[in-house]
Every structure is written in C-alpha cells, then in structure tokens.
Design a protein around this ligand. Structure first.
Ligand code: AMP
Length: 290
C-alpha cells in the first residue's frame, strides 16, 4: 500500500491505473478505522481493481464548538488496518493540501442539508461534506465511491451532489455495521465511558421497537415514533431529534406509506451519536390484507 500526501501523487497513481483500464474505487473517511470503515474497503476491493482510501479529518464540516481537536486520530493503526484489507493507496493529506491559501469555494445543497443533522449541527456541516467530497472526486476521479448508510443523510447529500453537478461517479451505500449488542460502530464511540456505552445501546433498541411496530402494521408516524420514544425514555436518553422521513427526499412523514427512514441523534455521555433504520417492504398487516 502506498501512503500519499499530495494531490499530484494521487493523480499520477490513478492515471497509471486508468491507462491500464483498471477500475478505481474510493472510500472517503476521517480515519480511526473500525469494522464500518473496513466493510466499505472490502466492498471497494471486491468491485474495483484499484482501491483508494482517503483519510482526512475535514475541518470545514465541524462547528467551532465540536470535537475537531479531540477527534480520534491514529494513523499508524489505520495504515495497518487498511493494508490488511488490500487497499492500494491511502491518501492522507495535510489540511493545507486540501485547503491552500486563497481557497474560496463552498458547495451548498439546498433543502436536504437543512434538516436533521443540518439543523442540529448547523448549515456549515453538509457544506463542508459536499465541498470536500467534490474535491476528492475531482482528485481521485473514482468510478465508484463508497459511503455508509450509518450516515444516511450524508448518502442522500452526496447523491444529490453527483446528480446536480453531473459528476461521473457511482455512489454505493453500504449497510450499517453494528457491535454485537446493536450499537452502530462509530469513531466517536471511544468517547463513551462504561455507563454511557451501556446507555447507548438504547438507540438501536429504540429503532428496533419502531421497526417491530411497523412490521406489525402500524402506519401512523406518531405510533411508530412512540414505540421508539418509550425505549429511549426508559434509558434516560434525551434526543436531539427522532424523526420519520421519506427515504429519498427526507420530507417529514406523518403516515408511513412508502420507504421511510427513522433517524435519531442524541448526546450520550460525552458523545453525540446518530443512528437510523429503513422502514421498508410489506408489513404483517399488508400480507393479511393481500
Ligand atoms: P467517517 O470516518 O466517520 O467519516 O466515516 C467514513 C465512512 O464510513 C462514511 O461513509 C460513514 O458513513 C461510514 N461508516 C461509519 N460508520 C459506519 C458503520 N457503523 N457502518 C457502515 N459504515 C460506516
């Protein structure tokens, strides 16, 4: 595996692969790898000849009061993990390589960036994501880029970016990887002490309770949400948001009559955690009525 720090080095390496008609997969990350990241690398490896992983803690997607300075960083460990997955290139630039003096462009995607994490973290968050992802696509020019469904809103933002700017890249969303007790893996889980770690399992249990209500035929949004709220209240978790939204447009839903995302964000101990679940397919009630 080659560790590259500069844009010209990456361009050269990818150009070589391209001229040999090899397909290129990109996995954008902020490092502190866990099985979620590794699952994206494995998907990229299965489907492409050359796998590029970017490791960049993107400052522009953090608000001033967020955890940019304390975000977990361990490049040596990340290098070993990526190498073990057969990654070809780890692109780990310094901030000045991505944002040189005079950098002045900001990509703002209207609508879907202004709700959920866009509302709670602020509008800069998805501007930062969209801008850095567009730059990474311009630098690497991948055939396919891999994102985790864990950040469901981010996947929709990136898909919108690609459609609106006619970027020639296919977006693959990979399933959420969870700990054995259901907690969604996240680099931020290291912020959890033992009590908070136990409390955090309620997020997924709440999503599962809502899913069970949906599968049993509940279509009323309030009914589905209340199943989740019960679990969260019992665990003493106060959410930043718990919302049901259209899985494609992120429009609010009061009636779940189509594919819907149930999304949650909450502070648990020292961490801000997010999770989500797709409510889809036929319910027990649908099957009875059929
Ligand atoms: P991050 O380093 O947190 O920016 O994440 C890099 C990529 O890994 C993003 O596309 C995330 O959605 C994805 N990811 C993070 N956690 C998980 C997880 N538990 N399961 C699947 N993908 C994940």
């Amino acid at each position: 595996m080659r560790i590259l720090r500069t844009i010209p080095e990456v361009r050269d390496a990818v150009r070589e692969a391209r001229s040999a008609a090899r397909s290129v997969g990109l996995v954008p990350t902020m490092g502190a790898f866990h099985e979620g990241h590794l699952s994206l690398m494995r998907a990229a490896k299965r489907q492409n000849d050359l796998v590029v992983v970017s490791l960049f803690v993107n400052p522009t997607q953090f608000a001033a009061n967020e955890d940019l300075s304390t975000y977990p960083r361990d490049e040596d460990r990340d290098v070993a993990l990526a190498e073990a997955e057969g990654v070809d290139i780890l692109f780990a630039p310094a901030p000045a390589e991505i944002y040189p003096d005079g950098f002045a462009t900001n990509i703002h995607i209207a609508g879907i960036t202004e709700v959920l994490d866009g509302a709670t973290r602020g509008p800069h968050h998805f501007d930062g994501v969209a801008t850095v992802v567009a730059k990474l696509f311009g630098i690497v020019r991948p055939d396919v880029a891999y994102f985790g469904q864990k950040d469901a809103q981010q996947v929709l933002v990136v898909r919108r970016l690609v459609r609106d700017l006619d970027l020639d890249v296919r977006i693959e969303a990979c399933p959420i990887v969870r700990e054995p007790d259901g907690l969604a893996m996240s680099s931020r889980n290291v912020y959890l002490d033992a009590d908070a770690r136990a409390q955090a399992t309620a997020l997924n249990r709440a999503l599962e309770a809502a899913d069970a209500a949906h599968r049993a035929g509940e279509r009323d949004g309030a009914g589905i949400l209340s199943a989740a709220r019960g679990v969260l209240a019992e665990a003493g978790i106060e959410v930043e948001y718990l919302e049901l939204r259209d899985a494609q447009t992120l429009q609010s839903l009061t009636l779940v009559d189509r594919d819907a995302l149930l999304l949650v964000a909450a502070r648990v101990g020292a961490a801000r955690l997010i999770d989500n679940h797709l409510l889809t397919g036929t319910t027990t009630a649908d099957r009875k009525g059929a």
